[in-house]
Design a protein around this ligand. Structure first.
Ligand SMILES: [Fe+2]
Ligand SMILES: [Fe+2]
Length: 268
């Protein structure tokens, strides 16, 4: 399957560059992906007009499966109310037919009103568990705005997911193939015990870090490999990471996750 991952659109700031977003959307339409994952921070202050603007652009995406999640900026000024008006539920689960079978996509809202930090929260683990445990029909994909793992080249690490350790261990236990995140404005990929944690940069703003340009990710996932390509809207592209489809694990981890966090496992 092919995924286009973009995040941190950031309308509403003078550093927003509409021509970059237009280019990324045109290129995405040409790529005809199975899924477009928009990993949060559509806006800067969470104002309605900012969501309107983001929505106007995203409506140009021709892909049938566009999943949009909240970022911390979208939760400012009670922006989540506008998000729901324009994009629907803040968390959702969907399945989509892909060449590898049926992919399961679970999108989570990690934002907290007016805070830069994020959290999934233990009360949401049973739902996450029930959606993904035992899913063997195709790729398992989770979307969450905040970074679960630290991203290099972003300065002092801050504002990561507050329950990142618990969430990462849960994702490993559920054998999630990919986590799609944004937030740090630097593209980077970690692979831990077969969980590929893929961060996208900012697609359409100059809120960049160091020499990193605005970019988005194109992910190719098939029976052999997972390949992540970094693309500058209207510009160059380069390979960001490449993995074999089958996870290479060199260690077994004990004890059970339950020793650290206990939650009701929903029936599947
Ligand atoms: Fe952002
Ligand atoms: Fe963010």
């Amino acid at each position: 399957m092919r995924i286009v991952q973009m995040s941190d659109i950031h309308t509403g700031t003078p550093l927003f560059r509409p021509e970059l977003l237009k280019a990324a959307i045109e290129e995405t339409n040409a790529l005809a992906p199975d899924l477009v994952a928009v990993a949060g921070d559509l806006t800067t202050e969470g104002y309605r007009w900012e969501f309107e603007e983001a929505k106007r652009y995203l409506d140009r995406l021709e892909c049938e499966n566009v999943v949009v999640i909240m970022g911390n900026h979208d939760a400012k000024n009670v922006g989540y109310r506008h998000f729901e008006d324009f994009f629907g539920s803040r968390s959702c689960s969907m399945t989509l037919s892909v060449p590898e079978g049926e992919a399961k996509v679970v999108a989570l809202d990690s934002s907290e009103p007016d805070l830069a930090e994020g959290e999934i929260g233990r009360e949401h683990y049973p739902w996450l568990d029930s959606e993904l445990r035992g899913w063997d029909r195709g790729p398992k994909i989770v979307m969450v705005h905040h970074h679960i793992l630290a991203v290099p080249g972003t300065g002092r690490d801050r504002n990561n997911l507050r329950d990142s350790g618990d969430v990462m261990a849960l994702l490993r236990e559920l054998k999630v193939d990919m986590v799609l995140s944004g937030h740090r404005h630097v593209p980077y990929v970690w692979s831990i015990s077969g969980v590929r944690v893929i961060h996208s940069g900012t697609v359409s703003s100059l809120r960049v870090r160091g020499i990193m340009a605005p970019t988005y990710n194109v992910i190719e996932f098939d029976s052999e490999k997972v390949e992540v390509t970094l693309r500058q809207p209207g510009g160059e592209e380069e390979t960001l990471a490449r993995f074999s489809r089958r996870a290479v694990t060199t260690s077994e981890i004990y004890p059970a996750f339950e020793r650290f966090v206990r939650y009701d496992k929903a029936q599947v």
